[in-house]
Design a protein around this ligand. Structure first.
Ligand code: TXA
Ligand code: MG
Length: 323
């Protein structure tokens, strides 16, 4: 997918004019707005229909830029240099004279920062010369978009431009690490694993997944398709769609296979697109739900399974009334 220099320039102008632009990152597509502008950030919340207590990640160009907004620490610096540009978000204490809109922090005295690796994201940030607040470019409570067409479907009317960079390589959102207390905590698992982070920090790191709302935005039901989701399925009934992993079980009305060869990276990259695909199939066939085969988790090569299962558990969680 090639995007012209002119399109990038236009998109950067839109950001400077406080309009919203959707752009690809290596993880998922982001819905970007000028992070210095309350009005632009408010439009992001409005476009997503996002609960206002859910703070946003600010995308920046370099670690040096991070220390203008968030407090420098050795741990933050080590992680920034090890993993940026890349799929890692650092939650840091907000600096006293931080010029970012208070809305990006949603009332907290912390700020989430990330330097994305995708060349289009980088080109846009450089051209705009602004920090860009960008949650995933889906409506609140829906699965994250990993392709420009997903953004068109959900937010096409509310963005000034969508930069189309083709499918996202990683496919699940960045690992979020909270460095605001003495003990770093992983708030959201992602493709950068706890072991990789612990190695850089040179001590153990806690992971907080599951039920507690630790990142205020970690609503339990979050990555939800509209069909109910059933996890760890070992058999399937004929009215269900199947999200398979490895050798598929038979008998489903519709099947998508995250990775026939059982590769977790491939599964992560396919996850949100396939959830959407199965959800769409529900409009032509009468489907009662999505059954998901077990996804392995563990250390080393299986660590990405933790992030995939975290997203699937959210997709399967009881839905709030409004979303
Ligand atoms: O990969 C990603 O991170 C994508 C791309 C576009 O960069 N962005 C993304 O943003 O997933 P969003 O807004 O959908 O998720 C941001 C996560 C939420 O769980 C939110 O609660 C957490 O980061 N977060 C943001 N600011 C925070 C803060 N100050 N303290 C704690 N958690 C924060
Ligand atoms: Mg999101």
């Amino acid at each position: 997918m090639t995007v012209s220099v002119k399109s990038i320039r236009n998109a950067a102008h839109f950001l400077q004019q406080e309009k919203l632009v959707a752009f690809p990152t290596e993880t998922v597509y982001g819905l970007g707005g000028n992070a210095l502008s309350d009005s632009a950030v408010a439009s992001i919340y409005a476009a997503k229909g996002r609960p206002s207590f859910n703070p946003l990640i600010v995308h920046i160009r370099s670690p040096e830029e991070a220390w203008q907004y968030g407090a420098y620490s050795e741990a933050a610096n080590a992680l920034a240099h090890a993993f940026w540009p890349g799929p890692l978000t650092l939650v840091l204490p907000r600096r006293d004279h931080c010029t970012l809109s208070l809305l990006v922090s949603a009332g907290l005295d912390t700020v989430a920062l990330r330097v994305p690796a995708h060349p289009l994201a980088q080109a846009l940030l450089h051209e705009a010369g602004l920090p860009v607040a960008a949650p995933s470019a889906n409506r609140s409570g829906r699965v994250s978009p990993t392709d420009a067409s997903h953004v068109h479907e959900e937010l096409g009317n509310t963005v000034a431009a969508i930069l189309d960079g083709g499918p996202c390589l990683v496919g699940i959102e960045s690992t979020v690490v909270d460095l605001t207390s003495d003990h770093p905590v992983i708030l959201r698992p992602g493709s950068i694993t706890p072991a990789q982070i612990a190695k850089v920090l040179d001590h153990d790191i806690q992971t907080s997944t599951g039920t507690k709302i630790l990142a205020p935005g970690m609503l339990k039901s979050h990555y939800a398709p509209s069909l109910p989701v059933r996890l760890n399925a070992t058999q399937v009934n004929p009215s269900e769609a199947l999200l398979a992993f490895g050798k598929p079980i038979h008998g489903a009305a519709e099947t998508c296979n995250l990775s026939p060869s059982g590769d977790l990276h491939e599964a992560a990259a396919n996850l949100f697109r396939m959830l959407r695909q199965l959800d769409k199939a529900a409009s032509t066939k009468e489907l009662t739900g999505i059954a998901v085969m077990p996804i392995p988790t563990g250390e080393g090569e299986h660590a990405l399974g933790l992030a995939i299962n975290d997203r699937l558990e959210r997709a399967a969680a009881p839905r709030p009334q409004t979303s």
